[in-house]
Structures are given as C-alpha cells and as structure tokens.
Design a protein. Structure first.
Length: 85
C-alpha cells in the first residue's frame, strides 16, 4: 500500500510541475500523469534532450558561419590591401 501511495504521490507531484495544481478528472493529461508518469517522464526527458540538441546544433552552426564570414572578411581585406600596393 505504501508503494502505491509513493507511485501516485510521484505522479501527483509531476502533474503539479508539468500541468499545474488543478486536478481535472475529465482531462486525459491528468490521468496520464497520475498513472503513466514513468512513460510521461521518459517522453518529457527525451523531448527536452531533443530540444537541447537542436539548440546546440543551431549554436554550433552559427559559430561555424561566423568563422567562415570572419575568414572571408580577412581574405577580402588582404586582397584589397594587395591591390592598393
């Protein structure tokens, strides 16, 4: 009985964090968080990891593009200086 209480307690706490404190008996999300919280937690974790991965790839791409632009600017400046000599 204690294990069942812990199981539902964890589900209720995760419901509070992700959905809010209002327990709506007609909402499927409420019941999913209460009974299926391990699956919902794993899904939310992987969704968070995927979003963080997309953001990381975008940041690395922006850094690479900045490096390419900086290299191009330096080469253009050096070619302009060479033509002026």
């Amino acid at each position: 009985m204690i294990r069942l209480a812990f199981y539902f307690g964890i589900g209720a706490m995760l419901h509070l964090v992700f959905i809010g404190s209002h327990f709506d008996f007609n909402s499927a999300w409420t019941w999913l968080w209460l009974f299926g919280w391990p699956f919902m937690l794993i899904f939310s974790f992987f969704a968070f990891i995927a979003a963080a991965g997309v953001i990381a790839v975008a940041c690395v791409g922006a850094i690479v593009v900045c490096g390419i632009v900086a290299t191009w600017v330096v080469s253009v400046k050096s070619s302009i200086k060479a033509k002026l000599r």
